[in-house]
Every structure is written in structure tokens, then in C-alpha cells.
Design a protein around this ligand. Structure first.
Ligand code: HEC
Length: 133
């Protein structure tokens, strides 16, 4: 009996405490990153909050140039200093703690969700923009 308990404990320790593997699919990874870094302001459906946080649905920035989109994530609201008519009461903090891969994953996710359909990102494209900031 003891032997069985010992063996099952050993098996559980070996296989039961494995860290949850990262999803291999870029969109699944992007969704996890969105949920923990963006959802709190941009909401689960990407609609933001009127007058507080801009919407990501059919946003010209989400669908626009990759360079500007990476700058928005890495600089936050500072990416909009030269843009008129930005009247959001909330501020977006720079999220430059995210890795190139994480930024590529989350931007691919928002470009292909919330009714958007634009080409995705590779980490190297984020790296190039980050190097020039
Ligand atoms: C603290 C709240 C907050 C968080 C967290 C946040 N944002 Fe934002 N985001 C904003 C606000 C506010 C604006 C509008 C900024 C402005 O105009 O100055 C904005 C603007 C944007 C825009 C421009 C959209 C448009 O059309 O105006 C994009 C794209 C964007 N955020 C993506 C992201 C992504 C991706 C994340 C997560 C990696 C994220 N944001 C996290 C608050 C936030």
C-alpha cells in the first residue's frame, strides 16, 4: 500500500507540476497577452470606453502602418503627441516591458480580431521599430 502511495506521489510530482506550456499558435498567445496587458482598458471586445479609451474595432491605427502600431505599444500615449483631436481622458502607459515576440503576438491578435482583418507581425519587425525609438 505504502509503495503504491509512494509511486503515485512520485509520478504526480514528476508530471503534475509541469508549468502550463505556452500555446504554439500565435493568435492564442496574443490573446493571453491581450487579456493580461490590454483588456483592462480596451475591454474584452476591443471597444474601449467612450471618451476614456479608444476603440480597436476597425481602428485606422490597428489597420494602418506596422511602424505606428508598434510605437503605440512601446510609447503609449506619447505616440500621439503630434496628432490632433485625441480627446481620451485615460492615458496609455508605455508597454515596452513586452518582448519583441510578445508585441508581435498581441498586435497580430488585435489585427485579426474585433472585426479587423490585417496582415500579422513577426518579432523581427517589432525589433526594427524598437531599435529606432
Ligand atoms: C491604461 C490603459 C491602457 C492599456 C493597459 C492599454 N491601452 Fe491602448 N490606449 C489607451 C488609451 C487611453 C488610448 C488613446 C491614447 C491617446 O489618444 O492618447 C489607447 C490607444 C491605443 C491604440 C490606438 C487606437 C486608436 O484608434 O485610437 C492602440 C492600437 C492601442 N491602444 C493598443 C493597445 C494594446 C495592444 C495594448 C496592450 C498591449 C494596450 N493598448 C494597452 C489605454 C490603454
Amino acid at each position: 500500500m505504502l509503495k503504491i502511495i509512494f509511486i503515485s506521489t512520485a509520478v504526480f510530482c514528476a508530471f503534475g507540476f509541469q508549468p502550463i506550456p505556452k500555446p504554439k499558435n500565435q493568435l492564442e498567445r496574443g490573446k493571453l497577452i491581450y487579456n493580461s496587458n490590454c483588456l483592462v482598458c480596451h475591454m474584452e471586445n476591443g471597444a474601449g470606453v467612450p471618451r476614456m479609451t479608444s476603440s480597436l474595432i476597425k481602428s485606422p491605427y490597428v489597420l494602418g502602418t506596422k511602424k505606428k502600431l508598434v510605437e503605440i505599444v512601446l510609447l503609449g500615449s506619447d505616440a500621439f503627441v503630434n496628432e490632433p483631436n485625441r480627446n481620451y481622458k485615460n492615458l496609455m502607459a508605455p508597454l515596452d516591458n513586452l518582448t519583441d515576440q510578445e508585441v508581435a503576438d498581441v498586435l497580430t491578435y488585435i489585427r485579426k480580431n474585433f472585426g479587423n482583418n490585417a496582415i500579422g507581425f513577426a518579432a523581427v519587425e517589432v525589433k526594427q521599430v524598437r531599435a529606432k525609438l
